[in-house]
Design a protein around this ligand. Structure first.
Ligand code: 13P
Ligand code: SF4
Length: 364
């Protein structure tokens, strides 16, 4: 006798996907689901918009009809969406534990201490820039201190803007993005120094200093090394390498190109059929690119680098639960930035030219 059919993994997954789609249809334009490129395919298939941090901030700033924005990404992204969306819109993060370890490497009290030490050393002519991977409180700090937010897509533009306004720039939390950006603008090593967050001490620095970097980093992107590039170039002659600017300076220098996740996608999409590429970023995006471009060889720069743990905390089950909460009018997973923090944070975000442009142009 045949055993009764049991709900196996794939069956449950399909049932979950069907229920998510049913709720999406039911909510219609009242709902928008945003998905960062590092999300799994099982989550991405339900997203209305997929993008990097900049693109998704622009969408959050412009989708005024959506009563609920469900952010499949990490906390700082959902907070940014809450700051930029309207007062009647509610932002949800399907798993409230999904944070960003790099963002946690700059705590507001540590940054304030650094800020006052730098002012003691050089006076107040310093502009703070925070990478979007940071708490809302630090964005507020930047907004109130005449600074701005940047993403990996516009870091050069924002750093140029800041250097035009002040003598020096304090850049946090990602040292690699700051270093790659400063060198990309042509600054020399003598013009860049580092603030050590663990010891609360400035390493180097003098009258020539223009950029002070916080020493935070991303565990995922720091795991790639120049030897990965050397090995692949040996094994696959002619292979090209594109990496994210959260990778170390040495990796960026050894690569052929670098840029945000959106720029990496553009680079692979424009590559000639038959070409081979090694990509130095989170594995979910690399695998998606490989599947989308079967006419090219797309490999991870190092396949044993682990995925981003926090991005992986979002899955179809908690996405479904969040949509049920939206329908029920509940608050589970709701992300709400304190109104007094949102004021300065919004100011810092709106100094990113693209966000302001999105609002003015009614970008969809
Ligand atoms: P992007 O803005 O380039 O997508 O990067 C976000 C991020 O967290 C990279 O680790
Ligand atoms: Fe943060 Fe790195 Fe994950 Fe990006 S990949 S969210 S920087 S931990």
């Amino acid at each position: 006798m045949n055993a009764p059919a049991r709900a196996t993994g794939p069956v449950v997954m399909e049932e979950t996907a069907t229920r998510i789609e049913r709720l999406r249809t039911h909510l219609g334009e009242r709902l928008v689901i945003l998905g960062h490129h590092y999300q799994s395919d099982e989550v991405i298939r339900h997203a209305d918009f997929v993008g990097d941090s900049l693109k998704l901030s622009r969408v959050a700033a412009s989708r005024k009809k959506a009563e609920a924005i469900v952010f499949c990404g990490v906390r700082f992204m959902a907070e940014t969406a809450d700051i930029l969306s309207g007062p009647d819109q509610r932002v949800f993060l399907p798993n409230s534990r999904a944070g960003c370890p790099m963002a946690d490497m700059a705590r507001p009290e540590e940054v304030r201490h650094c800020w006052s030490e730098l002012a003691r050393l050089w006076g107040s002519d310093i502009i703070p820039i925070t990478y979007v991977n940071s708490s809302a409180e630090l964005k507020d700090f930047c907004g109130r201190a005449g600074g701005a937010v940047c993403t990996s897509s516009n870091a050069e533009e924002v750093m140029t803007w800041a250097l035009d306004r002040g003598k020096r720039v304090l850049f946090f939390p990602d040292r690699c993005l700051g270093l790659n950006t400063a060198h990309g603008l042509g600054l020399g090593a003598e013009e860049i120094c580092t603030w050590n967050r663990e010891s609360g001490v400035l390493l180097g620095g003098g009258q020539a200093t223009k950029v002070i970097l916080w020493n935070g980093f991303c565990f995922v992107h720091n795991a790639f090394s120049p030897s990965d590039i050397e090995r692949l170039r040996r094994e696959i002659p002619g292979i090209k390498v594109v990496v994210h600017p959260e990778c170390t300076r040495e990796v960026v220098q050894a690569a052929d190109d670098y840029g945000s996740t959106e720029k990496i996608i553009e680079c692979i999409s424009n590559a000639t059929p038959g070409s081979a590429w090694a990509v130095g970023t989170e594995i979910h995006l690399v695998k998606r690119l490989a599947a989308l471009h079967p006419d090219k060889t797309i490999l991870s720069l190092n396949p044993i680098v682990p995925p981003c743990f926090d991005m992986g905390l979002i899955d179809p089950a908690n996405l479904l639960r969040t949509l049920e909460v939206v329908v029920e009018g509940g608050t589970e997973g709701l992300v709400q930035v304190e109104p007094e923090i949102a004021v300065g944070a919004r100011r810092a975000l709106e100094r990113m030219p693209a966000v302001t442009a999105a609002r003015e142009l009614g970008y969809h």
